[in-house]
Ligand binder design. Structure first.
Ligand SMILES: [Fe+2]
Ligand SMILES: [Fe+2]
Length: 330
């Protein structure tokens, strides 16, 4: 019975909130839900509680009951009762359909610039450049041996690593900004956006390839090692850290190019694009895996440029904040 009463209160509270009151009023309306429950328990003569009571006493068909229970479960999931009254307005696409994602919003989506030069390469000149280049080439050997031409699996696994440097760099620049009372020149945001973009690559790839238990174990191990190693490296030499990421991105472009070759040759089926990818990159509804890999590769090219640029700034003896962070480079 309490379950139905809860539902009743929620429905009433929600309809109360969804009317055209201001945010302040919404907060108050939702915040009264909990005390309201107690009141309802005590005052079963209340009109809406009475309605639910009558419904409980009726002899509805079992299917209807099941349907109601499902709706109830759905509503419970949708309406997380919160003492704090935090709620999100309904978000829709341009065509009026409901926005299905909580992990990114319509204003965070974009059309990828696929015209970016994919062949650009930073020729290693200094000792640090050569060290960075060699390190990445050496890291590629076990990756090639483990994955060979299983590019779906390879991409999924490598994206779990690719999303780490932006987060570490952004976090350390954030702390530096706090310590020194200095602006960051937009670099904190740029690097965190890169991390988020990489994470969206992962969220897309995981729709296409389901990781096996030993791959999940490998991700755990690699993340533990890589996060800490990159953290220490960024503390010691951010210019080397960014250079390494620049070269890692060059390798990512190469891997995605090989992935596209296998799609073109039919070795990998050109399946329809996952719904998340269509919304995130504003792809046409009939987009395919090939379109998705093409835009991901373009993103990697942007990361390559941003990271080599960040490294170049520091090789010139300047700090990142002295050169404004590039805009629109995810
Ligand atoms: Fe990526
Ligand atoms: Fe990347």
């Amino acid at each position: 019975m309490n379950r139905f009463l809860v539902r009743s209160v929620l429905i009433n509270a929600r309809s109360y909130c969804s009317s055209s009151f201001s945010n302040g009023y919404t907060y108050r309306a939702v915040a009264t839900v909990r005390p309201g429950l107690e009141t309802v328990r005590q005052q079963s003569g209340n009109s809406f509680a009475g309605f639910e009571w009558r419904r409980m006493m009726s002899s509805a068909a079992p299917e209807k009951d099941m349907e109601e229970e499902k709706t109830e479960e759905k509503e419970k999931k949708e309406a997380v009762v919160s003492y704090w009254g935090i709620s999100r307005p309904k978000i829709t696409r341009e065509d009026g359909t409901e926005w299905p994602w909580n992990c990114f919003m319509p204003w965070e989506t974009y059309k990828s610039n696929v015209s970016i030069d994919l062949t650009k390469h930073h020729v290693p000149k200094s000792f640090a450049d050569k060290f960075a280049y060699r390190t990445v080439k050496i890291l590629r050997i076990p990756t090639d041996i483990f994955f060979q031409r299983r590019y779906g699996c390879r991409a999924m696994m490598l994206e779990t690593v690719a999303a780490v440097p932006g987060m570490v760099g952004g976090m350390l620049l954030h702390l530096k900004s706090l310590r020194r009372f200095q602006h960051s020149g937009g670099w904190i945001k740029a690097l965190l956006e890169e991390a988020e973009n990489e994470r969206m690559h992962l969220m897309t790839m995981v729709e296409l390839v389901k990781p096996k238990w030993y791959e999940r174990l490998l991700v755990l191990t690699v993340q533990g090692v890589f996060f800490n190693a990159f953290f220490v490296l960024y503390m010691l030499s951010p210019k080397l850290a960014h250079r390494i990421v620049g070269y890692l991105e060059e390798e990512a472009i190469h891997s995605y190019t090989e992935y596209l070759k296998d799609i073109d040759s039919g070795k990998i089926e050109n399946v329809p694009a996952p719904a998340i990818a269509i919304d995130y990159w504003r792809l046409p509804k009939d987009a395919t895996l090939k379109d998705v890999i093409t835009v991901i590769r373009a993103d990697e090219a942007h990361h390559r440029d941003v990271n080599h640029f960040a490294s170049d700034i520091q090789f010139q003896g300047k700090e990142l904040r002295e050169a404004p962070a590039p805009l629109g480079y995810r």
